[in-house]
Design a protein around this ligand. Structure first.
Ligand code: ATP
Ligand code: MG
Length: 672
C-alpha cells in the first residue's frame, strides 16, 4: 500500500476489532474507508457483497463506490453496498415489507409531504401557524430519532401542549400506515424496530453485512447509531471515521457524543488519529485551525500540512448583495483565465438556499455554467407534482402513489381513518386504491358520507380517463384543473397572492406543453396520444434528475451543509456576516459553536484559494439593513488575510493608509 501514511495504513489494516478514526478535515478519513474496502476484498478475501459502507449524501456514496471499484482488480467490487443510511434503511424495508405488514410499492414522504400531512391533521384542532407546524414536525422527528413511539410520547407528556402533539404524532403515524407510506425518519426507525422485534430477520442481515464502515460518523443520530450497533453486534467488524469539529447536524438530531459512546459500547475499540492534512495550503489550514480553536474541545487534534504556504485568504466586502454576487462572477471569469482553471474547480458556498438566487442570476448573466445542488427543478415543484399525479392517475388509475398524493389535494374531507380502511380493504382484495373506491363491499366498512365522497371521486376520475382517450383530451385536462379549483387551493396555501400566481403559471405551462405534444405546431412532429405524452413527461422528469448527477465543467453551488466531505481548488463563501454566518437563529439560541463548525467545514473545503464575501448592505427579512462583519472574520489570523473592497481595510491597512495620508499632507507642506 503505497502513499498511505503509517497511521492511515494502520487504520486500513486493522481488522481485529472495532476501529475509530478520529481526525480533522482533509486528513484522509474518507480515503481510509475507500482503501479499507479494497483491503478487505483483496487481502482478507471478503466478498464485496458482504461489505457495506455508509456515507452521508448520494453524491458521496457514488464517488466512494467508484473509487473503491477502481482500487480492486476486475469486477471484484461487484455487489458492494455503498449508500446513505436512508438508502440502507429503504433497502431493508423493501426486502422485509411483508414482515413489516406493508403493501408492495410503499411510498416515501419527503419533509414537504410529511409537513402537509401534519398540517392536515392539525387543521382539525384549529390552532395553526407556520412556526407551530414546524415545531410539531421537529418534535415528532426527534421522537422518532429517539425511538419514542406515540404511546410512549403520550404517557410521558408533561403538559397539555405536549399531550396534544403526542396525539398528532399518533394520528400522523396511523395516516402514514393508511397511505402505505413511511417518512424520512421511518427509513431508519422502522428497520431498528424490525430488528428488535424479529431477531431472526436481524440474523439474516448480519449474515449479509459482515463488515460495516461509516463515514462522517459525527453526524449520526441516535437511531442511526442503534442501527449500526444492531448490524455489527458483538463481532466488532466495524470501522467508523469522523471529526467532531465537523458536526453540523445537531439540529437534526445528530449526536457527536456517539463518538464517545463507541468507546463505552466497544471496550476493545482501537482509536486512531490522523494529523496530516493533504488538502489545503498552509494558510487555509491555519485559518481553519484558528477559527475552530474558539470552540471548546473534547478531543485534541493538531493538523499540519506540508503543502505550500499559498495565497492569502481574501475577504472582499461589497456595497450590497448584488455587487457581492457580481463580484464572484467576475472573479471566476478572471481567475479561470489567470489560473488556467476549469469552471468545476470553483465552488460557491452559502449558509441558506435563498442566497443562491441572486448568485444564479449573475452566473447566468455572465454565461458561466453552474450546477446547483438540491435546487428545485421544474418537476420537483409541489404544484407540478400535484398536477402530474392527477395526470398519472388519469392514464393509470391503479397508481396508488399518485392516488395518495392527490386524494386530499385539494381537500376532499377524506380523512386518514377512511384511508386506512380503504387501504386495508384494497390490500385484502388485492386491488388498487382507486378500484377499491368503486367497490360495493367497501360501503359497509366506512361511514356513508365517506363512501359517497370516495365514490364521487372515483366516478369523476373515471370520466376523465374516458375523456382522455378522445379528441377532447386537452379540454378534459383543463376542466379537471378548474373542477378541483386548483387555483383557489394554491391561493389558500401560498404565503402571498404573487407566489400562488407564479405556481399557477407553472401549472399552465405544463398544460400548454402537453397541448403542444398532442397538437404540435411543427407539422413534421407526430401528434402524441395523451397517454404517450404523459409517459414522455414522466421520462423527462426522471432524465432531468439523472442529468443533474452528470459531472460537467460547471461551477458548483451548494450550501455549507451539502459541501461536507467534498473538496474544491477554489472556494468562495457568500455572506460572511453576522445573522447569516453565524445564522441569526443560532445567535438567538446561543448556539454559535455549531455555526463555527459550519464555517470550519466551509473553510476546509478549499484546496488552493479561499475567498470570503460579504456585503455592507443587504435585504433581509424584507428590509435593507446595514450588516456587520461575521465574528468569524475576526477569528482569522490577520497576517494571512487580505481585505479588499467597499469601506474596508484591515486595522493595519487602515493605519498604513492613515500614515500615507499624513505623509502626503506633510509632503504638501514640504513643497511650500
Ligand atoms: P473531510 O474531513 O473533509 O471529510 P477527509 O479526512 O475525509 O476530509 P479525504 O477527503 O479522504 O479527507 O482526503 C483529503 C484529500 O487528501 C484527498 O484529495 C485525498 O486524495 C488526499 N489524501 C489522503 N490521504 C493521502 C495520502 N496519504 N497521500 C496523499 N494524499 C492523500
Ligand atoms: Mg471525508
Amino acid at each position: 500500500m503505497t502513499n498511505l501514511n503509517p497511521r492511515q495504513k494502520q487504520a486500513v489494516e486493522y481488522v481485529g476489532g472495532p476501529c475509530l478514526v478520529l481526525a480533522g478535515a482533509g486528513s484522509g478519513k474518507t480515503s481510509v474507508i475507500t482503501r479499507k474496502i479494497a483491503y478487505l476484498i483483496e487481502q482478507c478475501d471478503m466478498p464485496a457483497r458482504h461489505i457495506a459502507a455508509l456515507t452521508f449524501t448520494n453524491k458521496a456514496a457514488r464517488e466512494m463506490k467508484e473509487r473503491a471499484s477502481a482500487l480492486v482488480k476486475g469486477d471484484a467490487s461487484r455487489g458492494l453496498t455503498v449508500s446513505t443510511f436512508h438508502n440502507l434503511g429503504l433497502n431493508i424495508i423493501r426486502q422485509e415489507y411483508k414482515t413489516l405488514g406493508f403493501k408492495p410499492g410503499f411510498s416515501i414522504f419527503d419533509a414537504e409531504d410529511a409537513r402537509g400531512l401534519i398540517k392536515e391533521l392539525m387543521l382539525k384542532d384549529g390552532d395553526l401557524d407556520n412556526d407551530h407546524l414546524n415545531m410539531v414536525q421537529g418534535i415528532i422527528s426527534n421522537w422518532k430519532n429517539d425511538q419514542v413511539m406515540p404511546g410512549h410520547a403520550l404517557s410521558k407528556a408533561e403538559s397539555e401542549g405536549e399531550q396534544k402533539i403526542a396525539l398528532v404524532y399518533e394520528r400522523y403515524n396511523q395516516a402514514l400506515r393508511a397511505y402505505n407510506a413511511v417518512d424520512f425518519d421511518d427509513l431508519i426507525l422502522t428497520p431498528v424496530q424490525l430488528f428488535i422485534e424479529h431477531p431472526e430477520v436481524l440474523e439474516k442481515w448480519r449474515k449479509k453485512i459482515r463488515y460495516l464502515l461509516v463515514d462522517e460518523y459525527q453526524d449520526t443520530n441516535n437511531a442511526q447509531y442503534l442501527l449500526v450497533r444492531q448490524i455489527v453486534g458483538d463481532r466488532g467488524a466495524l470501522t467508523v471515521v469522523g471529526d467532531d469539529d465537523q458536526s453540523i447536524y445537531a439540529w437534526r438530531g445528530a449526536r457527536p457524543e456517539n463518538m464517545n459512546e463507541l468507546t463505552v459500547d466497544y471496550p476493545t475499540l482501537q482509536v486512531i488519529k490522523l494529523e496530516q492534512n493533504y488538502r489545503s495550503t498552509q494558510r487555509i489550514l491555519k485559518a481553519a485551525n484558528t477559527v475552530i480553536a474558539n470552540n471548546p474541545h473534547t478531543f485534541d487534534k493538531a493538523l499540519w500540512s506540508d503543502k505550500a504556504i499559498g495565497d492569502p485568504i481574501r475577504v472582499i466586502k461589497n456595497r450590497n448583495e448584488e455587487v457581492e454576487a457580481e463580484r464572484v462572477a467576475t472573479e471566476i471569469i478572471t481567475q479561470r483565465l489567470n489560473r488556467q482553471a476549469r469552471y468545476q474547480d470553483f465552488a460557491i458556498l452559502y449558509r441558506s438556499n435563498h442566497q443562491a438566487r441572486l448568485m444564479e442570476m449573475k452566473l447566468q448573466h455572465h454565461q458561466i455554467p453552474y450546477s446547483l445542488a438540491g435546487g428545485t427543478s421544474f418537476f420537483a415543484r409541489a404544484e407540478i407534482k400535484d398536477v402530474m399525479s392527477y395526470l398519472k392517475l388519469v392514464v393509470n388509475p391503479d397508481d396508488d402513489n399518485a392516488f395518495l398524493r392527490i386524494i386530499n389535494t385539494p381537500r376532499r374531507q377524506i380523512g386518514p381513518s377512511t384511508l386506512e380502511v380503504l387501504g386495508r380493504y384494497a390490500t385484502e382484495r388485492g386491488v388498487s386504491l382507486f378500484s377499491a373506491c368503486q367497490e360495493m363491499g367497501l360501503q359497509s366498512q366506512i361511514s356513508e358520507a365517506a363512501y359517497i365522497r370516495l365514490e364521487r371521486f372515483g366516478k369523476w376520475m373515471m370520466n376523465l380517463s374516458l375523456m382522455a382517450e378522445t379528441e377532447d383530451a386537452m379540454r378534459g385536462l383543463r376542466e379537471m384543473v378548474s373542477d378541483i379549483d386548483y387555483e383557489g387551493w394554491l391561493h389558500q396555501n401560498a404565503s402571498s397572492a404573487k407566489v400562488a400566481e407564479r405556481r399557477m403559471e407553472n401549472v399552465n405551462y405544463l398544460l400548454d406543453s402537453i397541448g403542444r405534444m398532442l397538437n404540435p405546431d411543427d407539422p413534421s412532429r407526430e401528434p402524441l396520444s395523451l397517454k404517450d405524452a404523459i409517459t414522455k413527461l414522466i421520462l423527462m422528469d426522471l432524465m432531468e434528475r439523472q442529468e443533474e448527477e452528470d459531472v460537467q465543467d460547471q461551477v458548483q453551488m451548494l450550501t455549507l451543509h451539502a459541501s461536507k466531505g467534498l473538496e474544491f481548488p477554489h472556494v468562495f463563501i457568500l455572506g460572511v456576516e453576522e445573522d447569516i454566518l453565524p445564522h441569526r437563529n443560532s445567535i438567538e439560541d446561543d448556539n454559535v459553536e455549531e455555526e463555527r463548525r459550519l464555517a470550519y467545514v466551509g473553510i476546509t473545503r478549499a484546496q488552493r484559494s479561499l475567498t470570503l464575501m460579504l456585503a455592507a448592505k443587504r435585504k433581509q427579512y424584507g428590509e435593507i439593513i446595514d450588516t456587520s462583519d461575521s465574528r468569524f472574520l475576526e477569528e482569522l489570523p490577520p497576517e494571512d488575510v487580505e481585505w479588499e473592497g467597499f469601506g474596508t481595510a484591515s486595522p493595519e491597512a487602515n493605519q498604513a493608509k492613515g500614515k500615507a495620508t499624513l505623509d502626503s499632507l506633510l509632503g504638501m507642506f514640504d513643497d511650500d
